[in-house]
Design a protein around this ligand. Structure first.
Ligand SMILES: [Zn+2]
Length: 358
């Protein structure tokens, strides 16, 4: 299966591999800016680090597309006398997954390689083997013998840390695996949407915002949406599938990897914008998977909707297995369809389109 013609896989790979731990997203944001510098009419940044690539700045209505670029990671909390580094989680992490992972500390002096250590199985008491070690008690080994040596390497308290897992193709169904598709895949999608819209005649002004700090409370979205002051906002974020062992469809709904774009429905979502997506998907014969959310979603959509006097908000989910692990899987066919569908929806929105519920 070849996706090269429709989406820029070269850029996706580079973008996903670039570090962007929550609060220190600059390396990935730089790539995002470089990619869109000849496509956007203007690119704006702000003090939190959001990047807003704007097409047709004077168009109406104003539409913000948002994908968060930040990824879950770790942060240096404490360095022991013996030179072991204890860490905080940056975002929600599963303590089960961390021991024996290779990591990179993003120090001011440069990138420093390390591993998360754990006592060998031979040395564990029988009941220790059954227990999860709290993140608070786990540690990183950077090959130093003392605190002084760690400090000399340039590692400082508060330094962000990422996992070393990177982009790879998986199987023959268009699946790809990496750390942090949550949510670089969303930021990638809005970049691709902007690239396609560049070739179209559109009435609306488009703001493709690669947002920051979503993982600790959609903080980039709050300030960015205020700044853009949009009429319409669409967030793109990964969503759990129910197609792997141990997950009940009855709990999560039927959502499959490669099953098509997931569209969210509920109070967080403007019903007219939702209908516009559904109708357009039917016309394009793109399969949609519907997800019910009865509360504000845990995505940038929750903040976009409540901006200023209110924003007509939509949320498109990218089907994702193993969220917040180092082996998150998404499917390129789903990505391609989301780009195509979103471009078609935006082409239909004019300054006369009303999103007031009636
Ligand atoms: Zn997340």
């Amino acid at each position: 299966m070849s996706f090269d013609e429709t989406i820029n896989l070269e850029f996706l790979k580079k973008f996903v591999n670039a570090p962007s731990p929550t609060g220190s997203e600059e390396p990935a944001q730089k790539l995002y800016q470089d990619y869109l510098k000849d496509i956007a009419d203007e690119i704006k940044t702000d003090v939190l680090g959001n990047v807003d690539a704007v097409l047709n700045p004077n168009g109406k209505p104003r539409i913000v597309l948002m994908g968060h670029v930040d990824e879950v990671g770790l942060q240096v909390r404490y360095i022991s006398d013996k030179g072991f580094i204890y860490f905080n989680p940056l975002g929600g992490l599963d303590a089960h997954l961390l021991p024996s992972k290779r990591i990179t500390i993003l120090a001011k002096s440069g990138n420093i390689f390390g591993v998360i250590g754990k006592k060998a199985i031979h040395l564990q008491e029988p009941d220790e083997r059954k227990k999860v070690i709290k993140i608070q008690d786990q540690y990183i080994d950077v090959g130093a013998r003392s605190r002084e040596e760690v400090e000399k390497m340039g590692i400082q308290i508060g330094d962000p840390i990422i996992f070393n897992d990177s982009f790879a193709y998986l199987g023959n169904n268009g699946d790809v695996v990496s750390r942090c598709f949550d949510d670089k895949i969303g930021a990638f999608i809005i970049a691709e949407v902007l690239r396609y819209l560049k070739q179209e005649n559109i009435e609306a002004s488009i703001h493709a915002v690669s947002s920051v700090q979503e993982e600790i409370g959609t903080r980039g979205a709050v300030v960015s949406a205020f700044s853009v002051d949009p009429d319409v906002g669409i967030a793109f974020d990964v969503t759990h599938t129910s197609d792997t062992p141990g997950i009940k469809e009855a709990d999560l709904g039927i959502k499959k990897l490669g099953g098509g774009p997931v569209i969210v429905r509920g109070p967080n979502i403007n019903p007219k914008l939702y209908e516009l997506f559904v109708k357009t998907a039917e016309e394009l014969e793109i399969p949609l998977q519907i997800s019910a959310a009865s509360r504000p979603t845990g995505t940038d959509a929750r903040s976009i909707q409540m901006t200023r006097a209110g924003v007509a908000t939509g949320l498109i989910g990218i089907p994702n297995r193993y969220m917040h692990s180092m082996t998150e899987i998404v499917n390129l066919k789903d990505v391609e369809q989301i780009v195509k569908l979103t471009v078609a929806v935006i082409k239909k929105i004019t300054k006369d389109t009303s999103f007031i519920p009636e």
